[in-house]
Design a protein around this ligand. Structure first.
Ligand code: NAP
Ligand code: MG
Length: 498
């Protein structure tokens, strides 16, 4: 790995200027109409490192107009899937060439440990974009044999759904922007991308590379600003055909109401409160490592976090001791330090939210088995925290905390049905984790869990597999072929041959 001091040297180059970073609209880098900016804070140090434009409805209008013009005229609509694929590969190559800079941006902006950010977020985005690119020339329709006794030729076409608004949260800024963008571009959409105001830097750098790759002006527009202003304006806009959103269930529900105006299509990837079930026969080391990672990866700021742990009574005590030891051993520190395994939370508000959840649980009788607040640092750090003695009605068992916090409870040998009932006793249904060596128990549990993904014995998810939620975890699926298809409309054409 590149050493940490050389990553930090790049920072001086990247942020030489004090000017707020501009927005990409119609191929030009513009200031917002508001003339206001938003400070960008490094969560490892709580210090400002840059600033971005505070885009509002007027900027969104301008960006949607540019995206509409690019969708309906110019070079983009004339490009076929193969041409789009070629451009997307160019962009992927450029991200790869600049991967160290992206890792640094993700580390400073969002607090991601830099080596992991490089591997998972940046190189993962390169692979994700190449995967999406491969779909571009493969979005074929079907021939259909009609039932009526008429001589007809009937077929379907997959067409781009139009102008797409991509609203990206702060937990995976580059990876989620690239994931949504890749699928939208493969389908032939044009887009307005709204990163979170907490983490816009990597997306703005991506915008520069989009220009370098040679995408026609207006195909990709980037408006920075607050969710409640720029994000809301995009969701309300009559010129937008689809919104792809990742974020909280609360905002997701608000977007459903906004989308009603022009019945725009919606893909919603919302929150989760995913169960991790450890059966008595599970491999102890493997399950401890997996369960810990499920709720501490990205400082627990992950929609698929396995934040409700259920362990068979027969192995509960040894499992708890091992998990508490492993959690206490996690090295929490600044994102650019080599030793760091877990960085800070993204913001002061998020850190305080995590503290409040834990304090509330303790007041109601929960026991902190490992972890707790870190008060000795300036940055927004929090230790991996495990809560025992919780009840199913407590907020920490029901609500998405979005921090490195999990509850743990035992279940009995004859309580298979009960643990499934508890696992499903949630408004959410995004993910789930099962640890067992018993194939029947694994597949039986997988069938009974009401969630979009089931991961058994530490299996990894990747961009080839559809991802999304049951229940209030969202609408639709991202990734896989389904992700690209969600940016298309299906047209049926029939011609009488007589
Ligand atoms: P939030 O206010 O609900 O916002 C979530 C995301 O939606 C942010 O990226 C935000 O953009 C954007 N947004 C907010 N209001 C919007 C609106 N009216 N229209 C369009 N977009 C809007 O959540 P938060 O305060 O960032 O985090 C609180 C909780 O949300 C977390 O603790 C977690 O439970 C959940 N969350 C889930 C995910 C996920 O991956 N599923 C991601 C992030 C947060 P700005 O940041 O620019 O305001
Ligand atoms: Mg930041």
């Amino acid at each position: 790995m590149q050493d940490a001091s050389s990553w930090t040297d790049g920072l001086q180059l990247a942020f030489g200027a004090d000017q707020p970073r501009r927005m990409l609209i119609g191929g030009r880098w513009l200031e917002s109409y508001s003339g206001q900016s938003i400070a960008v804070v490094d969560p490892s140090t709580a210090s400002p490192i840059a600033s971005i434009q505070r885009g509002t409805a007027a900027d969104v209008d301008r960006a949607v107009a540019a995206a509409r013009a690019a969708f309906e005229g110019g070079e983009w609509p004339a490009m076929n899937g193969t041409a789009r694929e070629r451009l997307m590969h160019k962009l992927a190559d450029l991200i790869e060439t600049n991967s160290a800079e992206f890792a640094l941006l993700e580390a400073l902006d969002g607090g991601k440990p830099i080596a992991a950010a490089h591997q998972a977020d940046v190189l993962g985005s390169v692979a994700r974009l190449r995967y999406a690119a491969a779909w571009a020339p493969r979005l074929n329709g079907q021939n259909i044999e009609p039932a009526v006794p008429l001589d007809m030729h009937c077929y379907t076409r997959r067409e781009a759904c139009g102008v797409a608004g991509l609203i990206v949260p702060w937990n995976f800024p580059l990876a989620m922007a690239v994931s949504k963008l890749g699928d939208a571009l493969a389908a032939g959409c044009t887009v307005v991308l709204k990163p979170s105001e907490l983490t816009s830097l990597a997306t703005l750098r991506l915008g520069e590379l989009i220009g370098e790759a040679g995408f026609p002006d207006g195909v990709v527009n980037i408006v920075t600003g607050y969710g409640s202003e720029a994000g809301q304006a995009l969701a309300d806009h009559a010129g937008v055909d689809k919104i792809s959103f990742t974020g909280s269930t609360r905002v997701g529900k608000q977007l459903v109401r906004s989308a009603a105006g022009n019945l725009k299509r919606l893909t919603l990837e919302l929150g989760g409160k995913s169960p991790a079930i450890v059966f008595a026969d599970a491999d102890l080391d493997l399950s401890v490592r997996g369960v810990l990672r499920n709720f501490t990866y990205n400082s627990g700021q992950i929609c698929a976090a396995g934040s409700r742990i259920f362990v068979h009574r027969a192995v509960y005590e040894p499992f708890l001791v091992a998990l508490a030891d492993a959690a206490s051993a996690v090295r929490v520190g600044p994102a650019t330090e080599d030793f760091t395994e877990m960085g800070p939370l993204v913001s002061e508000a998020q850190r305080d939210r995590v503290r409040d959840y834990i304090a509330g649980a303790v007041e109601s009788g929960a026991t902190v088995v490992a972890g707790g607040a870190m008060t000795e640092t300036e940055g927004y750090f929090h230790r991996p925290t495990i809560l025992a003695d919780t009840r199913p009605d407590m907020a920490v068992r029901r609500e998405e905390i979005f921090g490195p916090v999990a509850t743990i409870s035992p279940f009995e040998g004859d309580e298979f049905a009960a643990v499934i009932r508890e696992a499903n006793d949630t408004d959410y249904g995004l993910s789930s984790y099962i640890y067992t060596r018993d194939l029947s128990a694994a597949h039986r549990t997988a069938r009974l869990i009401r969630a979009g993904t089931v991961r058994i014995n530490g299996a990894a998810l990747d961009h080839t597999m559809p991802f999304g939620g049951y229940k209030q975890s969202g609408w639709g699926r991202e990734n896989g072929c389904e992700g690209v298809l969600s940016f298309t409309e299906l047209k049926t054409v029939m011609i009488a041959l007589a």
